[in-house]
Design a protein around this ligand. Structure first.
Ligand SMILES: [Zn+2]
Length: 411
């Protein structure tokens, strides 16, 4: 169906919002070296506001290991998912974790022997910022499973309910840097590629992937560079030496693989300008059937990266702008974000936006097990520092943004 006609239909009905959940995956994600304990803080806030009760919850189950090979190379997967008992035992809650894993993975695990292979680890990028961590193999399985299973549900739900838009949310996902056979940038598996591939297998139409993380979504762009059915567009911070180094330049953009390289200090207004004047035009050009958005929020003004100057309400406005102009089912994924309480607030607020809530719902933070983390915020959702951008020079003037637009729209 034509996207505009769909949008008119959708406007009459509330969105159908599906949210992924797995207690085990939350515990596994808490072990991720770059974001220790983040997922528990995110889940804690989402559930404290009882947003889960207004979504359809999609429980995530372990998947067949072979599904990882729908994108990744077999020898990489073999190395990534081999047992590493010595490292697993370094987990602070080893026994509890092992019991949960035994329960859930019972039928999938075999009795493989641990092999020592540090040379192989180097080859596959399992070093530097992607070193092996406790229960990594199970983390990889469930992270990929979360986006694959949500993708299936999104397509099935869209086929069932023509008159309501389905929005799938997976804050576990969005690991956009991982390559076909190499880990990169805290990403050990590319769930985004696996999820989009799943959508593509289930429908004949196209997918538009929009990556709003501070860092270029290089792994996803690389995977679909030659695809006629999947277009990618990454809006990211770009500079010589900025991660992922050597990627994301404007002049390597081609039709269907767009880079929007921005300078330091990007504000909410700049991002909204880019969405309205560039991204929406590209979506219109490609006429996709599904939109996938990676909403890493390391571009927040309060993120330790200290590069962009966006606010939580800015990310929410971006989602509202997309919802109001794109009549398609949407899959929303997580990604980067290193100020953990601000990430929790951002993704909770965006979930609220997708459910139709405004700013007022979020005030004093409700009592819950993670409440102590908000002590320095006076236990309030909104603070002087997250309501407004910081004082910071903005390198993205209108002339520069116009230059990006004219180049990208001419491809
Ligand atoms: Zn990032």
């Amino acid at each position: 169906m034509n996207a505009l006609r769909r949008l008119a239909q959708y406007a009459q009905a509330m969105n159908r919002v599906i949210l992924t959940h797995s207690t085990l995956l939350t515990a596994l994600k808490d072990h991720l070296p770059s974001n220790k304990q983040r997922q528990t803080i995110v889940d804690g806030l989402l559930y404290a506001y009882q947003l889960d009760q207004e979504c359809e919850i999609l429980p995530i189950a372990p998947m067949e290991w072979a599904l990882l090979e729908q994108y990744h190379d077999a020898d990489f997967i073999q190395e990534l998912t081999r047992p590493r008992d010595v490292i697993d035992q370094q987990s602070e809650n080893y026994k509890t974790m092992q019991e949960c894993i035994n329960d859930e993975f019972e039928e999938l695990d075999d009795d493989e022997q641990e092999l020592s292979s540090s040379v192989q680890d180097e080859k596959f990028g399992l070093s530097f910022d992607c070193y092996p961590f406790p229960f990594m193999r199970y983390y990889v399985n469930l992270t990929a499973a979360s986006t694959i299973q949500l993708a299936r549900r999104l397509v099935n739900s869209t086929n069932e309910t023509e008159s309501r838009r389905t929005i799938g949310i997976n804050w576990y996902g969005g690991r956009h840097h991982c390559h076909r056979s190499r880990c990169s940038g805290f990403c050990y598996v590319n769930d985004v590629v696996l999820g989009i591939t799943t959508i593509r297998k289930m429908c004949s139409g196209g997918v538009f992937y929009l990556d709003l993380d501070l860092h270029n979504g290089d792994g996803v762009a690389e995977a679909f560079k030659f695809s006629k059915k999947v277009s990618t567009c990454s809006v990211h911070r770009h500079d010589v030496g900025f991660f992922p180094v050597g990627t994301g330049r404007l002049d390597v953009s081609v039709a269907g693989m767009y880079n929007v390289p921005t300078r330091r200090g990007l504000t909410d207004e700049d991002m909204l300008w880019i969405i309205e004047n560039i991204v929406l035009k590209l979506i219109e050009k490609h006429q996709p059937d599904y939109l996938v958005v990676q909403l890493g929020c390391d571009g927040l003004a309060l993120d330790p990266n200290n590069e962009w100057n966006m606010t939580i309400q800015g990310y929410s406005s971006v989602m509202r702008l997309l919802l109001g102009n794109v009549g398609l089912p949407i899959m929303v994924l997580g990604g980067g974000g290193y100020n953990h309480t601000e990430v929790a607030k951002c993704w909770t607020f965006v979930t609220g936006t997708l459910l139709g809530y405004g700013v007022d719902k979020f005030d004093e933070i409700p009592e819950h097990r993670q409440l102590d983390h908000y002590e320095s915020d006076g236990f309030m959702f909104w603070t002087d520092s997250n309501l407004h951008p910081r004082k910071m020079r903005n390198g993205n003037d209108l002339e520069y943004l116009q230059h990006l637009k004219s180049h990208l729209l001419s491809l």
